[in-house]
Design a protein around this ligand. Structure first.
Ligand SMILES: Cc1ncc(COP(=O)(O)O)c(C=O)c1O
Length: 444
């Protein structure tokens, strides 16, 4: 007989115990509780520009062809639809403005995944044993640092600069790790090289070959791979179209490039593609075989038809126009509502979805702060910047940053939202009791 008090605890694995809830979940709950909140927190894309018409057209085209429709409703391979891998390769060639053969890539080096997030996960899964080192920027895409934590990685950080991840600091860190005989534990250098989440900043052209050279030079017994996350690459509003680090890696040895259809087309497809060294691919496919033995065929067929028909390219242009004006509206409103004398600065990204605001040192934007509370009362939401940081060696996490996204908010809500945010910031900063920053040891 069972009674409720005889129920034993679950025998969760060490990995499950290392895996926490993604910190952003509570922000989603706040929006659901009050739909009138102006939500600069969500990293979602703009609902108004989702490609409803083009996707309807694409699905009709696919289903008008009986043979193709059957293929779209059938399983495909673990590696992914061959026509989509060919299209992705041609697309990369176009983005890099040079033949993919120049950097040793063939369609066999491209895997289709369930969003680029699955690729990021699988890469960590096949490379990281607990205690292995991943070098990442501080601040960083917090979903991935959560993934790395669940794998037991030791994430060592270097600062973000206005030119992207601090490559000099990476070199210094590797020199130090070599001195300490820990180089063999370094598996990955993770960087969002275009319009980073959360800062909107891009790795500059000069730093790209230098980072590759550093990864090559410090690869001794183990190869150190650069994981180049290019999720926002195609959302470019101004500035040059930079070549990826991958395109500089002549023999396809040191770089993994992840890209996605989520940001430039539709996250509902949850389809991404990743180019990687051939030797890594085998291990990735074994793990992906365990996950799902292939991403959904239907969305892969939609993606390939979007590219072949030209609808993808047209949609990216439309999105860039729309997001450019939303970015400008957000920057103009920040200029308008935040006085220059307030000691507050923010990034001016050339693409992507995010603006990173820095308050004076000592200010507190964390979830428990007076500022966050005041903003919710004022009807506006942001991501507290401390979620995006790993603690430094003293356990310190800066709390004076905010991530704002202009992705999901309607254009006419940006001005009113920034006005509410600015009012809250100024009001809270003027309070005499502004608390000094306390070191924290965990993201609570
Ligand atoms: C930097 C970065 N990389 C990867 C992803 C994963 O996106 P997806 O799995 O939809 O391709 C995201 C999503 O927000 C992101 O911000």
């Amino acid at each position: 007989m069972f009674s409720s008090d005889s129920v034993q605890p679950l025998g969760l694995s060490a990995k499950a115990r290392r895996t926490g809830e993604q910190p952003i979940s509570f922000l989603m709950a706040a929006v659901l509780a009050d739909p009138n909140l102006i939500n600069f927190a969500a990293g979602l894309v703009d609902p108004l520009t989702l490609p409803v018409g083009p996707t309807r057209q694409i699905v009709e085209t696919i289903f008008a062809d009986e043979r193709r429709a059957r293929a779209a409703l059938q399983y495909d391979t673990t590696l992914g639809l061959a026509s989509l891998r060919r299209a992705a390769l041609a697309h990369l060639e176009n983005l890099e403005q040079k033949p993919t053969a120049d950097f040793g890539l063939t369609e066999r080096d491209i895997v289709i995944t369930t969003g680029s997030q699955q690729a990021l996960y699988l890469i960590g899964d096949v490379l990281i044993d607990p205690g292995d080192i991943v070098i990442a920027a501080n601040p960083c895409y917090f979903v991935y640092t959560g993934t790395l934590a669940s794998l037991g990685a030791n994430v060592l950080t270097v600062p973000m600069t206005y030119d992207g991840i601090d490559v000099d600091a990476i070199e210094k860190l590797l020199v130090k790790l070599e001195r300490e005989n820990r180089l063999d534990r370094v598996k990955l250098i993770y960087s969002t090289t275009y319009y980073q989440n959360p800062t909107g900043l891009t790795l500059c052209a000069a730093a790209r070959p230098r980072l590759l050279e550093i990864a090559r030079r410090f690869s001794r017994r183990n190869r150190i791979l650069i994981l180049e996350d290019a999720a926002y690459r195609e959302l470019r509003y101004d500035g040059p179209a930079l070549a990826s680090i991958k395109s500089l890696d002549r023999d396809n040895r040191y770089t993994i490039l992840t890209q996605t259809f989520s940001k430039p087309f539709a996250p509902g497809l949850k389809t991404g593609y990743t180019a990687m060294p051939s030797e890594l691919m085998e291990a990735i496919l074994h793990q992906k075989g365990n996950h799902d033995f292939g991403s959904p065929s239907l969305t892969q067929h939609i993606a390939v038809e979007a590219m072949a028909s030209g609808l993808y390219g047209r949609h990216v242009r439309l999105l860039c126009d729309s997001y450019r004006s939303k970015r400008d509206a957000m920057l103009d409103s920040l200029d308008k509502y935040i006085p220059a004398s307030a000691g507050i600065s923010w990034t001016r990204p050339a693409g992507g979805l995010y603006i990173w605001v820095t308050l004076p040192e000592g200010a507190d934007s964390s979830r428990a702060s007076a500022l966050f509370k005041r903003c919710v009362e004022n009807g506006v939401l942001y991501v507290p910047g401390d979620y995006c940081f790993q603690p430094d060696e003293n356990g310190f996490v800066p709390r004076n940053h905010l991530r704002l996204s202009f992705g999901q908010v309607a254009p006419n809500q940006i001005g009113p939202g920034i006005e509410r945010l600015a009012q809250a910031i100024i009001e809270v900063l003027q309070q005499p009791s502004r608390a000094a920053v306390a070191p924290v040891n965990s993201r609570t």
